[in-house]
Ligand binder design. Structure first.
Ligand SMILES: [Zn+2]
Length: 145
């Protein structure tokens, strides 16, 4: 079984008991489905995005503890009690409603298609951000009266 915990401003899903690799950690029961992603949906098929009361709180990790297979949340390695349940959003989602920069590697997590279409633009965006930081534009703006 799993439980949802609010910690340090973030929700997360954790294991309430040890789970062996390959076993089902949690079975999702959709409270709604969409043909487009929302901020909390999980993509389970080409144009099927489901809402699940627990699934919505599962965080992303590039090196996750589970994978999503249909409605099943499956352990990809042995999971200890109180360990966080995470899956790699890039493996499921085509395009995400809220792309973000991964906290572990700094890469953009926006879905498979997002990466394809926006890679170039994001590279430019990153360059511009760095450049303006180097030039002290951010500090200048802050001190401007
Ligand atoms: Zn990462």
């Amino acid at each position: 079984m799993v439980y949802v915990k609010y910690d340090n401003g973030f929700y997360g899903v954790y294991s309430s008991s040890p789970i062996s690799k390959g076993l089902i950690v949690y079975g999702m029961s959709p409270t709604g489905t969409h043909d487009k992603p929302t901020r909390t949906s999980i993509q389970i098929d080409e144009s099927v995005h489901i809402e699940d009361s627990v699934g919505r709180y599962i965080n992303h990790a590039c090196n996750p503890t589970v994978r999503i297979d249909g409605l099943s949340v499956i352990a990809v390695r042995d999971i200890k009690t109180d360990e966080e349940i995470t899956f790699n959003y890039m493996e499921n989602e085509s395009i995400m409603a809220n792309p973000f920069k991964c906290s572990c590697c700094g890469k953009w997590i926006g879905g498979k298609d997002f990466e394809k279409d926006y890679k170039k633009r994001l590279a430019i965006l990153d360059e511009l951000t760095e450049l303006s930081q180097e030039m002290g534009l951010y500090d200048e703006l802050k001190t401007e009266k």
